[in-house]
Structures are given as structure tokens and as C-alpha cells.
Ligand binder design. Structure first.
Ligand code: ATP
Ligand code: MG
Length: 253
């Protein structure tokens, strides 16, 4: 079972869009897949047409005994399930703080999820670098990091490197990819080239800024299902192929 966390401390960079589309592609390629919505805003849950429940996945993080399987919901897609978000997730960090296993909570749930026989788990992370993020780092095999090509977001990456370097215990692999790319902007092309020259962990796939992705809010379906041959649909497919090609779908904790 491989845990891929789609993470960036910055908001609005395409984390949820990526989680939803890659989750869909993974299932379509035959992987038993779970999308775990860890953002209290519940956007991934919404895109899969699942109710933002009062008692969704957050309980699993805060109580010792729980039956995680009862909280999982099916989607319209074969092999693809969702562990939904809920409003209580907002307060989950206070519970972590009061507890002893401050950074092991997400990992504990992941251990429990092994019983459900998933091959891939995609975690849709909220935008923050808080205690929940530390919990995610301690449980993920891979951090998949969407970056919008701006000078500031490159700095965010450096901060992530520092955070990961300071972690005790195993550190997840990192794969960075560019998101919301505007092919007409010279600055985008320059920043992409500069980051590729600097780092080896940058994917080839570029996710374009595309109307089809924005429309997911209306269709409540992945672009890879509604418009698989659109530029955006093909870009997500390329990103999926790279995950497989680099062996990142086979990593184990
Ligand atoms: N490739 C894209 N092209 C155009 N719009 C996009 C693209 N990816 C995401 N968006 C839009 O940008 C907004 C933010 O995207 P998304 O919710 O995926 O980001 P996020 O990183 O998950 O945000 P948050 O940090 O708030 O959770 C959404 O309205 C989404 O429809
Ligand atoms: Mg999001």
C-alpha cells in the first residue's frame, strides 16, 4: 500500500484538483484506490458527490478505537473510494496537541487502512504547515507537490526542504510538478527551466491552466473522466504515467 500526499503549504495551487484526477486515473488503471480528504473544507469530498458529513474521517484521527471502514464511501467509479472530510477536522489539531502521539495520528489510521486492502491512498492535504502536516509527513511515502510557477512558490519549496530535513525518522520522497501553467507567459517558462536546472525531483508533466479543470466545480466529476483527451486531461495522464514510471506507486512504508 502506497500513500501519496498531495501537499503544499500554499493554498489554491491545485492540490485538490490533482488528488481527484489522479485518484480517478489510478482506479481506472486497476489500482484499488482511496482518496482521503483531510481538508475540513471538503472540496475533494464534494467533487466525488459525497456529503460533507458531520462525522466523517476526523473521528478516526482522534479516538483510539474506531472502525475506519464504516466511514469510507464509494464513488461513481469502480475501485475508487473516499474517506470523506467533515467539519470536525478543523479542530483535530487541538486533539493532537493534547495527546501524546502528536505526529503519529495519520500514520496510525494508515496502519488501520491496511486492512481495507487498498493499493494506493491519495491524501488531499489542507494548505498549512501545521501539526497536521507533520502528521502527514510521518505517514506518506511520497509528497506530490503542485507548484504554480511564481518566484514565491519556489521559496515555499525551499521551506519544505528545510522542514523535511529537520524531521526525525523516515522522510517521504518528493515529486514536484508545475500546476496552472500558462504557456503564453515567458515568466512561467523561465521559472520552470530554472527549477528544473536546480532540482532533480521535478516532473516532466505540466498541468496547464485550463477551463476544464475549473469546470469540475460544476460537473463534480474528474477532468480525466469528462474530458480525458483535453490538454488538461492528458497532462494528468502524463503525471500519472510518471508516478508509475518512477516507481512511486509501489513505494511502501
Ligand atoms: N489546472 C487548473 N486550471 C485552472 N484552474 C484550476 C486548475 N487547477 C485548479 N484550478 C482551480 O483553482 C482553484 C484552486 O484549485 P484547488 O482547489 O485544486 O487548489 P488547492 O491547492 O486544493 O486549494 P486549497 O489550498 O484551498 O485546498 C479551484 O477553483 C480550481 O477549480
Ligand atoms: Mg484543496
Amino acid at each position: 500500500m502506497t500513500v501519496i500526499a498531495v501537499y503544499n503549504s500554499k493554498g489554491g495551487v491545485g492540490k485538490t484538483a490533482t488528488t481527484v484526477n489522479l485518484g480517478h486515473l489510478a482506479a481506472r488503471h486497476g489500482y484499488r484506490t482511496l482518496v482521503w480528504d483531510l481538508d475540513p473544507q471538503g472540496a475533494a469530498t464534494y467533487y466525488f458527490r459525497i456529503k460533507h458529513r458531520l462525522k466523517g474521517g476526523s473521528r478516526a484521527l482522534t479516538t483510539q478505537r474506531n472502525r475506519i471502514g464504516d466511514r469510507i464511501r464509494g464513488t461513481d467509479f469502480e475501485l475508487l473510494d473516499v474517506l470523506p472530510s467533515d467539519r470536525e477536522l478543523r479542530n483535530v489539531e487541538f486533539a493532537f496537541d493534547a495527546a501524546k502521539h502528536r505526529t503519529g495520528r495519520v500514520r496510525r489510521v494508515v496502519e488501520e487502512l491496511r486492512r481495507e486492502n487498498y493499493e494506493l491512498i491519495f491524501i488531499d492535504c489542507p494548505p498549512s504547515s501545521s501539526l497536521l502536516a507533520e502528521n502527514i509527513f510521518a505517514a506518506a511515502d511520497l509528497l506530490l507537490v503542485p507548484v504554480v510557477p511564481t518566484t514565491l512558490s519556489v521559496r515555499t519549496l525551499e521551506q519544505l526542504d528545510e522542514t523535511l530535513a529537520a524531521l526525525k525518522g523516515p522522510v517521504p520522497e518528493v515529486l514536484v510538478f508545475f500546476s496552472m501553467v500558462d504557456g503564453r507567459k515567458n515568466l512561467h517558462a523561465e521559472l520552470i527551466a530554472a527549477l528544473r536546472a536546480e532540482r532533480t525531483d521535478v516532473a516532466e508533466a505540466l498541468i496547464p491552466s485550463a477551463t476544464e479543470v475549473e469546470l469540475m466545480g460544476t460537473t463534480r466529476r474528474p477532468v480525466t473522466a469528462t474530458a480525458p483527451t483535453s490538454v488538461a486531461g492528458m497532462a494528468y495522464a502524463q503525471l500519472w504515467d510518471e508516478l508509475v514510471g518512477r516507481g512511486y506507486t509501489e513505494l511502501t512504508l
